[in-house]
Structure formats: structure tokens, C-alpha cells
Design a protein around this ligand. Structure first.
Ligand code: FAD
Length: 485
């Protein structure tokens, strides 16, 4: 299936421009080419296939999943049936207010509202059309959400969400997936930059020219590309990267080369409690239920409740870039079922102590200072005195035995990317579409502010991946049907 059609095209490293696409010898022809088989790509393919489109997904790695499979499968949605059943009166406007409050009004309010309006329907579509059940989580309020609106699968495992999406895709003859098949560059018509398909390097076969009426970029951001990090987010360019290695940013570079606008390139999600040196995630649920952190000198350093993303920088600013998270058996029991916690336990990251003194000794923290810090925290948790860091959310005061975990801050994923419109079409700065090109998930600009980690509201990532994936798939299929760009 190889071909040598380049005599007609001209090359640069990102785009193969051709004069007349009909003159090329194409190896593959489909309605829609989806690049990337994470949450965004799989949902896009399913939404398009439901409308009758023939879809090819090409995935760089030997398995689907990307960051989505590393996630806890938590998806925010307003006005879902599950919320209504519990009498929770949520609305897209309320969800937007929470998103904009967190990102300091730095995402387009209309596009944000458009996404929020689709969120409840996404959860219902997953269940009703694909048989994928995401239940409403009501154990506690996720930081920054004013109501219970986070939905997740029973296991809280992104890998299972990916498996469910793959199962759903396997029921469509019109969806094919090629693994070990990175797209290496887009192919576009020279006269108007209209996208025609992509060069795909298929293992054992070589470069293939895949022609598609529409191309959907679902290959996430640039968390695994140190050069792009150095350019756009130098602060995190040498930080530990906790995301998927396949996310090297080429989708954003292709879009930019075709003239697309770039937005929020300095924004990202980080996390302030990755067990160190184990590299396993200590879920933020522990903090939400009443855990706290100290540095190696035994001092707390910030209100831990402000948000896990921005907290990463606080941890990285401590001696050695580490902190120690402390919680009790009540919290341990509550988080025990999380797969990430099981992994922490298997790796020996969570250590148990009968007293704070023993914990201090084990982690080489000054005993007296930690004892004083612990007592001050307990007084604040009992409501006897104000917290010096103005934390107001505590669980009950902590009781022995105690658990301690050494943690560090890590980069999870980038939030900047290609400018899109409300049909998920990739657009130029002036709003004109790049013909035939769509993007979602981490390849599109997110809803988490212009720069830094603090604009990220819990679960903004899968919101952009799944909702924009669905919009992109539907709109691409509909525009083929109607013959529009
Ligand atoms: C540990 C962790 C936990 C998280 N938990 C949550 C959560 O609970 N809720 C939430 O909202 N967000 C969470 N996030 C963020 C969330 O996972 C991401 O925002 C989301 O999964 C992005 O989805 P995506 O489809 O855009 O990208 P991905 O899921 O990363 O998929 C992109 C795919 O594209 C492939 N690819 C890349 N380049 C190419 C190429 N050239 N050709 C072909 N394929 C290519 C990659 O290999 C990958 O499989 C978490 C992130 C991490 C790291």
C-alpha cells in the first residue's frame, strides 16, 4: 500500500501541499479521518459513525487511550438526568459561572456556554446510545464546582472508559482503527489550504496517503514535547510529566502551519500530590476530605484546598520540590477503592504511623515543629481557631493512626491549542475556518485561562475531550452530508 505521489506536492515538514488532490494516488479513502484514539477521538468517531460516516482512526501508539486512559474518568455535566433524579438543580449557566470564576473570565463566554449546554446531553448519549454508564458522584464537592456535577464510571478509571468506547466502536462496521500508525503531517490543497487528508506511517507498511473529506485532530496537546514546553510553559519544561508520552504537540503545529489561531498556550493542568519517587497519583480526594501537607521543615505552606492544579507550583517551591501529605484512617478508608490509591499502596508510597512523632521521624521532619503544625491544624479543623492559611474546609479532626506520603508536583497536560468555533472547526484568528479541519480535546484551546495552572477547574480536561469530540464528529458528518465546509 505504499505510493510515491510526491512529484505533485511540495513539502515542508508539517504540511504536504498539493496542487490537485485528485491527481494523487491515495492509499486510503474515507469520509472522516480521526487522528488520535483517546477520549476525544473515539467519541468523535462514534458520533460521526452514528450519522452514517465512514471513519478511520489512526493512533500513534499500539493501544488506544492516551491521557484519557490515565484519568479518573471524571466528567462534569450540568442538567443531566442523574442530577435531576437527585433533585440537583444545575444549569449550563451555573456551570459556566464556575468555569469562568476559576479561569478568571479568560475563556470565550459564548463558547464556554455552548460546551456547558451540551454537557448533560453527552452523559445521556453515552448511556442511552452507547450503553456507557457514568454515575453522578455525590461523596463531596469537587474543588470549584458549586454543585454535584462530576460524573464518572464505577471504577473511576479512564482505562475502563476507553475500553467501553472501544466496545461501542466495535459495533460499527464503519469505524476502523489503525494502531502503530502515527499521522506525520497533513495534506492540504495549495490554493486554499483546504485539508485533504494526512500522511500516515503504518508499521510494517510505510507511509500511506489517507484521503478524507474531513479531518479531526484529537491528538491532545504538547505535555510530552520538551521543546514546546520550553517555548510556551518554561516553568514546567523540566517538571515531572505525568501524562501520556504520545502527546507531542504535532496537531497544534500542523494547525498553526495552516494559519490557525493559537490560544492559551501557557495554560496547563498540574497536580500537587504525586507520590515521590513512586510516580503514582495520590488522589486529591484525600485533601478534600481533610488531609493537609507540610514541607520538610514541618510547616504548612498554603491553603491546600485552593485546587490541585495550582498546588503543584506550591509543592515545587518547597525544599527539594517535595511535601508530605498527612491524613488518618477515616480518609484512608474513603480513598481505598481508587485504583490510583491501590497503586500507591502496591508501590509502598503510603506509610502508616501510630503517632505524628513517628511520622516525623520516618520522614526526617523536625518533630517539635510538626507537632505544633499538627496541633494548629487540628484546632482549625475543630473550629477553635482560624486557619493561618484561611482554609475553611476540613473534615473532622484527624485521629491516629496517621498516614504519610511524600509527594511532588507534576505536569498532567497542556490546555492551550488551536482556536475553534462552536462547530469545533479549526479557525484562523479572524474566525475563518481552515477548510475541512476540526479539533477537540487537548489539541484545541481549552477553558482553563490564558496561562498557568490555576485556571483549571476539576475535569475541564475530559469536558473538552468528550464534548468537543462529540461536536466535531457530528458537525464533520453533517457538513459532508450538506456539502458545506
Ligand atoms: C493522571 C491524570 C488524571 C486525569 N484525570 C482526569 C479526570 O478525571 N477528569 C478530567 O476531566 N481530566 C482528567 N485528566 C485530563 C484528561 O485525561 C485529558 O484532558 C483528556 O484525556 C484529553 O483527551 P484527548 O482525547 O484530547 O487526548 P488523549 O486521551 O491523550 O488522546 C490522544 C491520543 O492521540 C494519540 N496521538 C498523538 N499524536 C498522534 C499522531 N501524530 N498520530 C496518531 N495519534 C497520535 C496519542 O497517542 C493518544 O492516544 C487527567 C490527566 C491525567 C494525566
Amino acid at each position: 500500500m505504499t505510493s510515491t505521489p510526491l512529484q505533485q506536492g511540495s513539502e515542508n515538514s508539517l504540511i504536504l501541499y498539493v496542487e490537485d488532490p485528485d491527481e494523487l494516488i491515495w492509499d486510503i479513502e474515507v469520509d472522516i479521518l480521526v487522528i488520535g484514539a483517546g477520549g476525544c477521538g473515539l467519541v468523535a468517531a462514534l458520533a460521526a459513525a452514528e450519522l452514517g460516516a465512514q471513519v478511520l482512526i489512526v493512533e500513534k501508539e499500539r493501544a488506544a487511550g492516551g491521557n484519557t486512559s490515565l484519568s479518573q474518568a471524571m466528567v462534569p455535566a450540568a442538567g443531566s438526568r442523574m442530577q435531576k433524579e437527585l433533585g440537583i438543580q444545575d444549569s449550563a449557566r451555573l456551570m459556566v459561572a464556575d468555569i469562568l470564576k476559576k479561569n478568571n473570565n479568560e475563556s470565550d463566554p459564548e463558547l464556554t456556554l455552548h460546551i456547558a449546554k451540551q454537557s448533560g446531553r453527552l452523559i445521556e448519549w453515552l448511556k442511552d446510545n452507547l450503553g456507557i454508564n457514568l454515575e453522578l458522584l455525590t461523596d463531596f464537592l469537587y474543588p470549584g464546582h458549586s454543585l454535584h456535577r462530576i460524573h464518572a464510571n464505577k471504577t473511576r478509571k479512564g482505562k475502563n472508559l476507553i475500553n467501553d468506547l472501544l466496545n461501542a466502536a466495535s459495533r460499527f462496521d464503519s469505524i476502523n482503527i489503525a494502531y502503530n500508525a502515527p499521522a506525520v503531517r497533513l495534506i492540504a490543497r495549495r490554493s486554499d489550504s483546504a485539508v485533504q487528508g494526512a500522511e500516515v506511517k503504518i508499521e510494517g507498511i510505510g507511509i500511506n496517503l489517507a484521503r478524507a473529506q474531513k479531518v479531526i485532530l484529537a491528538l491532545n496537546g504538547f505535555g510530552a514535547n520538551r521543546d514546546m514546553l520550553q517555548k510556551y510553559i518554561p516553568r514546567m519544561s523540566s517538571a515531572y510529566y505525568f501524562g501520556h508520552e504520545g502527546n507531542t504537540g504535532e496537531g497544534i503545529q500542523w494547525g498553526e502551519a495552516l494559519g490557525a489561531g493559537l490560544e492559551s498556550m501557557g495554560a496547563y493542568q498540574a497536580h500537587g500530590s504525586v507520590a515521590h519517587p513512586h510516580g503514582t497519583l495520590l488522589t486529591w480526594v484525600a485533601i478534600s476530605l481533610g488531609a493537609y501537607q507540610v514541607n520538610s521543615r514541618g510547616h504548612r505552606f498554603v491553603n491546600e484546598y485552593h485546587g490541585y492544579s495550582e498546588h503543584a507550583l506550591d509543592v515545587l517551591a518547597q525544599d527539594g520540590g517535595v511535601a508530605f501529605e498527612i491524613f488518618d484512617h477515616r480518609i484512608y478508608q474513603a480513598i481505598l477503592d481508587y485504583e490510583d490509591i491501590q497503586q500507591c499502596i502496591r508501590m509502598g508510597a503510603i506509610k502508616k504511623f501510630e503517632s505524628i512523632k513517628a511520622l516525623a521521624q520516618a520522614f526526617n521532619i523536625p518533630e517539635t515543629t510538626l507537632a505544633e503544625t499538627h496541633e494548629a491544624f487540628q484546632r482549625a479543623a475543630r473550629g477553635e481557631s482560624a486557619d493561618p492559611f484561611e482554609r475553611t474546609e476540613f473534615g473532622p479532626p484527624l485521629e491516629p493512626p496517621f498516614y504519610g506520603v511524600k509527594v511532588t508536583g507534576a505536569l498532567f497536560h497542556t490546555q492551550g491549542g488551536l482556536k475553534i468555533d462552536d462547530s469545533a472547526r479549526v479557525v484562523r484568528d479572524n474566525g475563518d475556518p481552515i477548510i475541512n479541519l476540526y479539533a477537540g480535546g487537548g489539541t484545541a484551546a481549552g477553558f482553563s485561562g490564558k496561562a498557568g495552572p490555576s485556571g483549571y477547574l476539576s475535569a475541564n480536561g475530559l469536558m473538552a475531550a468528550l464534548i468537543l469530540g462529540k461536536i466535531a464528529g457530528e458537525q464533520a458528518a453533517k457538513s459532508i452530508e450538506s456539502g458545506s465546509v
